[in-house]
Design a protein around this ligand. Structure first.
Ligand SMILES: NC(=O)c1ccc[n+]([C@@H]2O[C@H](COP(=O)([O-])OP(=O)(O)OC[C@H]3O[C@@H](n4cnc5c(N)ncnc54)[C@H](O)[C@@H]3O)[C@@H](O)[C@H]2O)c1
Length: 251
């Protein structure tokens, strides 16, 4: 699977699943714009990619800003002349709460980044893809958008919205050569999870069907496949990559 000659954007590319995605796409030949709000980490990812012989740039992009999303797409085109692929990975988790007593500020924050941010990025990417011969988009949703999970009402609702937005995009732009898919990761061992105490991590792992969490690279591999020509007739799919978690009966 080669991305030689392709230009890709990865939002949330400074950490976790986004970082693994940016590195994998670059390793396979893509020129990658790492878009994030975490500037030092983003610069580190670019430097890692360049040290391995790849090509990447960093841009400060807050996906909750429509202007930033547009600038992101323009920046990729200005730098490399075109844009072919987009992995919309940026997202945040929520302060645990129940539906009725969740702070309005929590709702607004999660919706602005996890749902509206996804729309901003998709809209800017699609606008460019319509002006050329198509493109491919992968949005990162979550298993939490497919069933209710304790303590994450706004997050789950936003991620369910991402899955629906993916379907909407797949239908609306199929005739324009644009494919839109989403990935729903299960529990993935990203930096926030790695920072937890060992006993909590062990408990999390034990609760998974295979006794382990997923690795960021395992999500990046699904994203890369969905972005590649090997998935040329795949659109509107929400691809679970969760080690079988979704098949478990809720505890
Ligand atoms: N880790 C998991 O178990 C898991 C499971 C399901 C879904 N996800 C989803 O995967 C995606 C990546 O999560 P991760 O675990 O790698 O998290 P992470 O915190 O390691 O990475 C997320 C990145 O997004 C960036 N970001 C946050 N807000 C932003 C904004 N407004 N604009 C631009 N960038 C912003 C952060 O700076 C960070 O670099 C998220 O959408 C998350 O909801 C993660």
């Amino acid at each position: 699977m080669s991305f030689d000659g392709k230009v890709a954007i990865v939002t949330g590319g400074a950490s976790g699943i986004g970082e693994a995605t940016a590195k994998l796409l670059a390793e396979r030949g893509a020129r990658v714009l790492v878009a994030d709000v975490s500037d030092a980490a983003g610069a580190r990812v670019v430097s890692d990619i360049e040290s391995s012989g790849g090509s990447a740039r960093y841009l400060h992009v807050d996906v909750s800003s429509r202007d930033d999303a547009r600038k992101m797409v323009h920046h990729a085109i200005e730098t490399w002349g075109d844009l072919h692929l987009a992995a919309n990975v940026a997202g945040i988790g929520q302060t645990p709460s129940r539906l009725h007593d969740m702070a309005e500020s929590t709702w607004d924050l999660i919706m602005n980044i996890d749902l509206k941010g996804m729309w901003h990025c998709m809209a800017a990417e699609i606008e460019h893809f319509l002006s050329r011969d198509g493109g491919a988009i992968v949005n990162v949703a979550s298993g939490a958008g497919m069933r209710a999970t304790v303590g994450q009402p706004a997050y789950g609702i936003a991620k369910a919205g991402v899955i629906q937005m993916t379907r909407q995009g797949a239908l609306e732009y199929a005739k324009d050569g644009i494919r839109v898919n989403s990935v729903a990761p299960g529990l993935i061992d990203t930096p926030a999870v790695k920072a937890l105490p060992d006993n909590v991590r062990a408990l999390y792992a034990a609760g998974q069907p295979g006794g382990r969490m997923g690795e960021p690279l395992e999500i990046a591999q699904t994203i890369a496949w969905l972005l590649s020509d090997e998935a040329s007739f795949v659109s509107g799919l929400n691809h679970l990559t969760d080690g079988g978690w979704f098949q478990m009966s809720p505890a």
